[in-house]
Design a protein around this ligand. Structure first.
Ligand SMILES: Cc1cc2nc3c(=O)[nH]c(=O)nc-3n(C[C@H](O)[C@H](O)[C@H](O)COP(=O)(O)O)c2cc1C
Length: 173
């Protein structure tokens, strides 16, 4: 089982058409988790994801569909927002997604992160140390060819969906 965690970052728009078919093709049983911000920012995309997977997108522990999802074999956080990667590296667990990810780091579950972050966020002094910290904990970070990207550009087109899945391939079932 594979979790994909989506954030309120522009490349989330391409999850239904690019990432989900690719992950399914590679044999993954995919469950999608989302931040509350992503639901608020891209509600139509969350609906598309549910229609592609035939499953609810998870945004909280129990209330969505009445039972808790078991831990997966691996997790892809993509697109990962500046906000979510920064809080994860600080050990903050104040949302459903951050709570699951924080526990999964503690359990040693493989996690691959694909940031989709504009150059202004990336220039913040905390950004590079954040990535280094996550790498030092064993998380893999896959940076696309146009990352960090220019705001308003077409960087989502080159977002590294296949490379993110390659990074977890050894654990595919
Ligand atoms: C339309 C829109 C697009 C955004 N795109 C991005 C983005 O590509 N990357 C990013 O890091 N933040 C982006 N943001 C800002 C984040 O949504 C914001 O920091 C938010 O708090 C992230 O919440 P989350 O990490 O819980 O999803 C965007 C905001 C909006 C309104």
């Amino acid at each position: 089982m594979l979790y994909i965690v989506v954030c309120a970052a522009g490349a989330t728009r391409l999850v239904p058409s690019r990432f989900l078919p690719m992950a399914t093709e590679r044999g993954w049983d995919v469950h999608v988790l989302t931040t509350a911000q992503a639901i608020g920012t891209f509600p139509e995309v969350i609906e598309q994801i549910e229609s592609v997977t035939g499953r609810p997108v998870r945004a909280d522990f129990h209330t969505t569909v009445g039972y808790s999802l078991p831990d997966p074999d691996a997790v892809v956080v993509a697109p990962a927002s500046y906000n979510t990667v920064t809080k994860l590296a600080l050990g903050i667990a104040d949302t459903y997604v951050l709570t699951r990810l924080t526990e999964q780091i503690g359990r040693g579950i493989p996690i691959v992160i694909g940031p989709y972050i504009n150059e202004k966020f990336a220039k913040h002094p905390t950004y590079e140390p954040t990535l280094e910290r996550l790498r030092s904990w064993g998380l893999k970070i896959v940076i696309g060819p146009d990352e960090p990207h220019q705001s308003g550009g077409g960087a989502a087109e080159t977002f590294p969906w296949a490379e993110l899945l390659d990074a977890i391939e050894p654990t595919a079932n």
